[in-house]
Design a protein around this ligand. Structure first.
Ligand SMILES: [Zn+2]
Length: 128
């Protein structure tokens, strides 16, 4: 049986006890893991939690602090994060390469040159 939402309503206002968040994250993690097992090229994770936003476009949303919401996101596993992904090693290697490429092309704040061509560590910035 597949579901897409869980609703819990309390008959009176309650305080969420210490540790509730972590325990709930754990339960949601179970669901995400199961989903990733069934969908090896996708990833799913709890992306955020807090008061329920009441959308009011184009303005900023209001929040209903009496409703606690957890948002779960899902997308293609582009970086090989899903351990069941048959292309995991390849995707991880590509993601690593892209990260290194990005790092190499980052400009130094000191001299404005690419980090790979930066001489700041050899030659400290001159005082004005
Ligand atoms: Zn530099």
């Amino acid at each position: 049986m597949k579901i897409q939402q869980i609703e819990i309503s309390f008959p009176a206002p309650v305080e969420l006890p210490d540790g509730f968040d972590q325990t709930l994250s754990c339960l949601i993690g179970m669901v995400c893991k199961q989903y990733e097992k069934e969908n090896p090229t996708r990833v799913m994770w709890a992306a955020g939690h807090g008061s329920k936003p009441i959308w009011n476009e184009p303005n900023e949303p209001d929040f209903d602090s009496s409703v606690y919401v957890i948002d779960v996101s899902e997308r293609e596993d582009t970086a090989g994060s899903n351990k069941y992904n048959p292309y995991r090693e390849k995707l991880k290697a590509e993601a690593r390469k892209q990260r290194e490429e990005r790092k190499k092309n980052q400009k130094c704040f000191g001299c404005g040159y690419k980090k790979s061509e930066c001489k700041c560590s050899e030659q400290p910035l001159q005082k004005r």
